[in-house]
Design a protein around this ligand. Structure first.
Ligand code: PEP
Ligand code: MG
Length: 324
């Protein structure tokens, strides 16, 4: 098995009819990053910066953050590393920054927190930009965006952080900036959001939760949390089409991208890249290497006409089994 993994690591994620799709990874700890390279990751599509914050008992200083980010960027350079700005609130809280709310998933979360605390945001962005000196493989990604105003405000702060760091004598480029599509409102503003940034990335975990109004962590409603719900799949198709209509690259970094059936569908919808946990990457790659893009597109078209998640899941399973 170890040997198979090693051979697979160096093979491209390419369908039998020659269509290539880059497979990136989601990371949090530095150990994830190292393990990901072993599995053939071509970049980092989501570095969850909450993880290092959760391991401290106070906000890490700019200097501390810079060191942590440098490790991630260096491990993957020259491959790109997508660093998401702090996404606390919802199910992720910091002991030293408690948030108590009746509806945390609809409350003070992600970009909402950091735009209310620009000092936290600016320190983080400055640390990221400083850490990228000489590497220039940094991409900054904004979580929980629901309006263009949030993007404009965040961009303003990112430009300011970049200017400050330049002023301090660092030789650094302005990073690429992207928006996460994970709130239903963002699906209907793909054009407006996409025109402001360099890339889009779908957080399918939250998008599913918010589209279906099903708490992603509540076992009582777990069977209603359907990644293959027709509404979710149609939204995903609409996002891919919308992004491409304005010429912006779009990826998926939620769990769906690490599910072999999900990955095949997303590839067929035209997603430019998929980002997943390192553990899922070899499986996804081998499934992609076993199918034809033309077949995947037919399957996707058929699936988009189906009316319920169980029927969709069964259809996908059968088709993939038949394809070998
Ligand atoms: C998502 O929502 O799909 C996502 C990738 O982010 P997180 O799981 O960290 O909320
Ligand atoms: Mg999310």
């Amino acid at each position: 098995l170890q040997q198979d993994l090693q051979i697979l690591r160096d093979l491209p994620a390419e369908t039998r009819d020659g269509y290539r799709i880059p497979l990136w990874v989601n990371t949090g700890l530095i150990t994830d990053a190292v393990r990901s390279l072993d599995r053939g990751a071509e970049g980092v599509g989501l570095y969850r910066t909450e993880v290092p914050f959760m391991m401290k008992d106070r906000f890490p200083s700019e200097n501390e953050q810079q060191k942590i980010y440098r490790q991630q960027l260096e491990t993957f350079a020259p491959a790109p590393v997508t660093m998401r700005t702090l996404d606390i609130g919802g199910d992720k809280s910091l002991t030293y920054f408690p948030i108590n709310e009746a509806n945390p998933f609809l409350g003070w979360r992600g970009i909402r927190v950091t735009l209310d605390h620009p000092e936290i945001f600016l320190v983080q962005i400055r640390a990221m930009i400083k850490a990228s000196e000489g590497l220039n493989n940094l991409r900054v990604m904004l979580p929980m965006i629901s309006s263009v105003n949030e993007v404009d405000e965040a961009l303003h702060l990112i430009y300011r952080a970049h200017a400050e760091v330049l002023e301090e004598g660092f030789d650094v480029e302005m990073p690429q900036v992207g928006v996460m599509i994970e709130i239903p409102a963002a699906v209907y503003q793909i054009r407006e959001l996409g025109q402001r940034v360099d890339f889009l990335s779908v957080g399918s975990n939250d998008l599913t939760q918010y589209l279906l109004a099903v708490d992603r962590n509540n076992p009582r409603v777990a069977d209603l949390y359907q990644a293959f719900h027709p509404a979710v799949l149609n939204a995903l198709k609409q996002i891919a089409d919308g992004a491409h209509a304005i010429g912006k690259p779009v990826s998926v970094c939620g769990e769906l991208a690490g599910n072999p059936m999900g990955a095949v569908l997303l590839m067929a919808m035209g997603y430019d890249m998929l980002s997943m946990n390192a553990t899922n990457l070899p499986k996804v790659k081998s499934v992609i290497r076993g199918v034809n893009m033309a077949w995947a597109k037919d399957l996707m078209q058929q699936v988009l006409t189906l009316e319920s998640a169980p029927v969709i899941t069964a259809t996908l399973q059968l088709s993939l089994e038949k394809a070998g």
